[in-house]
Design a protein around this ligand. Structure first.
Ligand code: PEP
Ligand code: MN
Length: 279
């Protein structure tokens, strides 16, 4: 009997974001601020996370905040400097589309559209995203059943866009000590129930920066295809989600641990020198 550990990995569809593959033999790390706040904050974060091994950038342009009186994102006034940061670093951008009406203007700025937890049930949006040629990161609704999440993905794939990555970001349970409860059962489950890659967002799941690295390692152990993590050069000054953001230093330390663990799991970190990287 062949004992190649590759056999234990479940084959998934591979989603290509700006040359970076999500799914398959490598573990992909996406990192960046919760919100894009200004040119300096975004560039410093982008350069820092890239130096530690992130291959894609995250950052909110329009934010869906629980309170309407909190920072809602810079919106289109940030497009020019965002393009500049992506060009300078060579990193593709994952950012949330919060409304169908943003589709056209975001198209040339964002490499992967994130559908946030609050919009997982927005079927009109999902149907429109099914018609376009752009990868989609579909977060699980914080109160969605796994089955509802899978069906939400079908709203996109049924339209012809099969470039979909699922993201477990924690669900609401009776527990209030942490922001949400990270459902790693769901990762193992959907890896078998669908052919789509699955990543984990430990930041929104746990909501406490000190606990994020442990949950990132747990995500890797659960068989996830990657993680998306919030990082800020000065978390105490962040305009959103500072309490769960890693500093650049803590992100670097986490990446070193993750790298060692992924090697032991025979699921190495994707880097810009991975053979299949087409950049
Ligand atoms: C985010 O990624 O910043 C975000 C708002 O995530 P979620 O939709 O999972 O709450
Ligand atoms: Mn956030």
């Amino acid at each position: 009997m062949k004992t190649s550990s590759k056999k234990t990995r479940i084959s998934t569809q591979i989603v290509n974001v700006n040359g970076v593959k999500i799914g398959g033999d490598h573990f992909t790390v996406i990192a960046g601020p919760c919100s894009i706040e200004n040119p300096n904050q975004f560039l410093t974060t982008a350069e820092g996370v890239k130096a530690s091994g992130a291959v894609l950038l995250r950052g909110g342009i329009w934010k869906l905040r629980t309170s309407p009186s909190t920072f809602q994102g810079l919106g289109s006034e940030s497009f020019d400097f965002i393009r500049e940061v992506c060009r300078k670093t060579g990193l593709g951008l994952v950012s949330e589309i919060t409304d169908i009406r943003q589709m056209e203007e975001l198209h040339d700025v964002v490499d992967m559209f994130q559908v946030g937890s609050r919009n997982m049930h927005n079927y009109a949006l999902l149907k429109e995203l099914g018609k376009i040629n752009k990868p989609i990161l579909l977060k699980r609704g914080f109160a969605a059943l796994i089955e509802e999440w899978i069906k939400a993905a079908e709203y996109i794939t049924n339209g012809g866009n099969n470039q979909v990555v699922l993201c477990e970001r924690g669900i609401r349970t009776f527990e209030t000590a942490t922001r949400n409860t990270l459902d790693l059962n769901a990762v193992a489950y959907v890896k078998r129930a669908t052919s789509l890659p699955v990543i984990v967002d430990p930041s929104h799941a746990v909501g406490i920066s000190e606990l994020v690295p442990d949950m990132a390692l747990a995500a890797a152990a659960s068989g996830a295809d990657g993680i998306i993590v919030e990082v800020h050069p000065k978390p105490e000054e962040a305009l959103s989600d500072g309490q769960q953001a890693l500093t650049l230093e803590n992100f670097s330390t986490m990446m070193q641990k993750l790298n060692r663990m992924l090697l032991a799991l025979d699921h190495p970190l994707q880097t810009f020198s991975s053979p299949e990287m087409s950049l």
